[in-house]
Design a protein around this ligand. Structure first.
Ligand code: NAD
Length: 296
């Protein structure tokens, strides 16, 4: 059984990016710059943004963090995005989701210039991705592709099942696994909340590659796993635990202890896809800096 260790795979991506930024600095050039916007003080969002900023520093990228109170108006947020769109020293803009209820997520995402949309959520990038054109790839599915590439996991002609159809993970993931590129060309089934449980279990039992992004801790159990399957666990849920130092533990969507008894490869949580998501974001920011989109 192979542990698909996100620490190892993301370190390789980051080492290559650091090499590039070191060369840029040596040539007296500026390096890629990521601007992050954080609204309110949701604990998980704080952790994600802090980690993104730290990873920028570690790879020689510049970064700036703009914090807004929970009560910020939509207009104020859009004005900041407009300012960052125009700023020639900013290559990538990310707005940490979720936003407070009074702010329209879709409007905010559409305000980001598609050439700086390093999260890959802008409809223009999503449309290009679906058509197989150069585009930013949403960071989490991109991270999964980088993980598959690093560990040489074949996908061509394989049966892949994606559970979840969100705009940020499940849907782009299922499009990418079926698209014509080295980490694609699989036959893909996308399951969601309206897939009857017996159909979902039958699909999973036949999956050579199973990507799980539902947000329900330990949703996938051993009986749902095909022997020898590759399991990619995207789920991250904080589960209360009084014995843990922080009062909670991070749980994935897959029962890891059970999965390792049947699968050929599994991503741990934490230490798997989460770290690859940051690698995907950094890759997108470098591509934005270079003025090129992702090439299939
Ligand atoms: P979401 O809530 O937007 O989507 C969940 C999806 O699961 C939906 O499409 C829904 O149809 C499906 N679903 C819900 N219940 C189901 C059921 N019983 N059977 C089948 N499908 C069901 O969530 P999301 O934003 O896609 O995130 C999913 C998980 O991934 C969460 O735990 C989230 O925290 C995590 N996540 C992790 C990363 C990372 O970097 N590792 C990044 C993004 C999200």
């Amino acid at each position: 059984m192979l542990v698909l260790d996100g620490k190892i795979a993301s370190a390789a991506v980051k080492a290559s990016l650091l090499e590039q930024t070191t060369a840029l600095k040596a040539a007296g050039k500026r390096t890629p710059h990521l601007a992050a916007i954080l609204v309110g003080n949701n604990g998980a969002s704080e952790t994600y943004v802090a980690s993104k900023v730290k990873n920028c520093e570690e790879t020689g990228f510049g970064s700036s963090l703009y914090r807004f109170e929970e009560t910020v108006s939509e207009q104020e947020l859009l004005a900041k995005i407009e300012e960052l769109n125009k700023d020639k020293n900013v290559d990538g803009i990310l707005v940490q989701l979720p936003l407070p209820k009074h702010i329209d997520d879709a409007k905010v995402i559409e305000a980001i210039h598609p050439n700086k949309d390093v999260d890959g959520f802008h409809p223009s990038n999503v449309g290009r991705l679906v058509q197989g054109l150069n585009s930013f790839i949403p960071a989490t599915p991109y991270g999964v592709l980088l993980m598959l590439e690093y560990f040489n996991i074949p996908t061509k002609g394989k049966n892949a099942v994606v559970i979840g159809r969100s705009n940020i993970v499940g849907r782009p993931m299922s499009v990418l696994l079926s698209a014509d590129h080295p980490q694609g060309n699989a036959t893909v089934t996308c399951c969601h909340r309206y897939t009857p449980k017996e159909d979902l279990i039958a699909a999973c039992k036949n999956a050579d590659i199973l990507v799980v992004a539902v947000g329900i801790p330990e949703f996938v159990t051993a009986d749902m796993i095909k022997p020898g399957a590759v399991i990619i666990d995207v789920g991250i849920t904080r589960v209360e635990d009084a014995t843990a130092k922080k009062g909670f533990r991070i749980k994935g969507d897959v029962n890891y202890e059970q999965a390792i008894t049947k699968a050929s490869a599994v991503t741990p949580v934490p230490g798997g896809v989460g770290l690859m998501t940051i690698a995907g974001l950094l890759m997108n920011t470098m591509k934005a800096y270079e003025g090129k989109f992702y090439h299939n």
